[in-house]
Design a protein around this ligand. Sequence first.
Ligand code: UGA
Length: 451
Amino acid sequence: MIMNKPKISIAGCGFVGLVSASSFASKGFSVIATTINEKEADLINSGKSPFYEDGLDILLKKAHELKNLKVITNNHDAVLNSDITFISVGTPIKDDKSIDLSYIDNVSEQIGFALKEKEEYHLVVDRSTVVPGTTRNLIGKNIIENSGKEIGKDFGLCMQPEFLAEGKSVEITFNPDRIIIGEYDKKSGDTLENLYHQFYYDYFSKNNCPIRRMTLESAELVKYANNCFLATKISFANEFANLAELIPNVDIQQVMDGIGLDYRINSHFLGAGVGFGGSCFNKDINAILNWGAQKKNNSRILESVLKINDNQAIHIVDIAEELLGDLNKEKISILGLSFKPGTSDMREAPSIKVVNELIKRDVRNIVGYDPKAMEEAKKYLGDSINYVNSIEEAIKDSDCVFILTDWGEFKVLSPEFFIKYMKTPNVIDGRRIYSFNEFTEKLNYRTIGHR
Ligand code: UGA
């Protein structure tokens, strides 16, 4: 049976919205995406991405050639000219650490107004991360109130959490490990599942990839549980890394490799180091912590996950102080400013916490280098550090180097390289990228979780 491809609209051109929009469009779906920023719309309509994401330029080029993707600034028209609307707008954190649902609120009102004028059944799918209850009680309610339509009959509602990691979002979109569908009713879930069968063909059966159907609220909580669990694994590894440092001859990586072989644990996200950054883990942990606390439920695990993570930045500066004594007269170099390799994203990057900690300890001569994040870093670190354009310049005459992002170009550096350029070769490896034996033999090397 050949089914017509449904027309898709996507509210929001952030990295989830735009990657989804261009993925659907590249596979022959007709897509209208919306943004409030006209310049951004023009740029995407010319086939270019407003930000860098691996593989996105190729998808956008294809979508542009197929003339399948149009970006406009009006959600009303987008909804009226589509069958399924995805919501992919930001859900940032407010100053009190609770979730800011104002974009969700606005967009769902606009969808409601548009649906008032629509005769046919329409499916609305939330992809933004929202605290449990939001899809039904805010999005659903706004649509009902502003459209006068009946949920389940005139329109359907789903919540499909996204699991895209920056730098890999195109790869993950085309090779998901699961699809989670939270559904208001069976018809809503069937409509979304059918769309994915059209998009992925036989991918699910060929790759043993499950599609799980559940309630809207369970799906909302899957997203938080997923990110919180990954962050917990990292903080767990860091907790044990700190224990490992209490006695010689323990290497935390060997310990984590050892437990990672237990199929019930697995080896991913057990990398000890200077801690996790990025917009998602901190934002989501804080949002769900705050949501629970408002309902008189304090998550002790999640509070500790954040504390352990914040402490890693302090701990790594302590390690440097142990090695050098007072740091305030020294020239300190930071290699790696972005929160992870492959991106210029500086949000919640450990480098920010380390720089703040150094400044607290009166260190004034700090030099930073990052292969991709220099411009972005200036927005976050201002003039608290000096910026240079190469590794050599960064470490020249330096007393101590911190490795804070595991970029490939740092991994290949040899002890001799540091010895050649630095005044005193003290290397503090916050990402455990060097061979412990080789580096400790040739220079003053410290890392997390191995003494
Ligand atoms: C994360 C999740 O991995 C995605 O599944 C999720 O969809 C996304 O958040 C989101 O909510 O949108 P992302 O923040 O892009 O993705 O980055 P990750 O690759 O998860 O890395 C996060 C941080 O953890 C990085 O700073 C990384 O260096 C650190 N990390 C990672 C460790 O310190 N140790 C590890 O073993 C792994």
